[in-house]
Ligand binder design. Sequence first.
Ligand code: AP5
Length: 215
Amino acid sequence: MIIILFGPPGAGKGTQAQIIEKKNGLLQLSTGDMLRKAVASGTHYGKRAEDKMTAGELVSDDIVIGIIADRIKEKDCSNGFILDGFPRTVAQAEALDVMLVEEGVSLDAVIQMEVDDAALVGRIAGRYTCAGCNQGYHDTDVKPKTEGVCDCCGGTEFKRRADDNAETVGKRLKEYYAQTAPVLPYYAEKGVLQQVDGMASVEEVAAQIAVILAA
Ligand code: AP5
């Protein structure tokens, strides 16, 4: 099964991708995480992407298309995957279609997570992740069961993203409406687009997605 989690920054794509990965055995492919790794290791792609990410702008299509095209050929993708943060432009969506044909697979669903803009800013401002396993949390909304200890790996070190600040969030939202939202009609026309209420609790959103995946 191949699915796309679609939505603005902070909509909960990563949170739900981690849940689906555990429940359905699909691999989470987050272009944001891949790019942050490339930046941290100083690769050619990473050096080209860093300034754009820091500014809250989209990284160029050729970089992200290249990263995903290489990644989905790897063996661990053969049981299916969740695209989290890709595609983000119509050109990326068109390139993905070509990749999937080449791999002899097809897209099962594009799940649009609908969240009010005002809530997105609060979600991003309060977000932090486990430094060990990348499990996501929120200062007030999604806390670990034991304060300071990751539910998943027991780690006690946490980190916050450099682009999670008020100024950059505004820019990321503008980029979403200008470049990413126009991808929605592309998938609506293909008949694969479905919506979930991203304003609901994490558990309720997961339940809505489970219904879509079981259909
Ligand atoms: P990326 O890492 O993809 O960031 P993003 O799209 O801005 O999305 P986020 O990771 O911020 O949010 P999310 O929807 O995953 O929310 P989360 O689950 O964490 O991209 C970063 C940058 O990389 C981009 O700006 C761009 O430069 C570049 N890039 C990446 N992909 C690219 C592409 N394809 N093309 C070009 N450039 C690309 O949740 C947020 C918070 O809310 C968390 O704290 C969570 O605990 C909490 N939360 C989640 N769900 C709920 C809920 N239901 N109720 C309450 N709180 C919740």
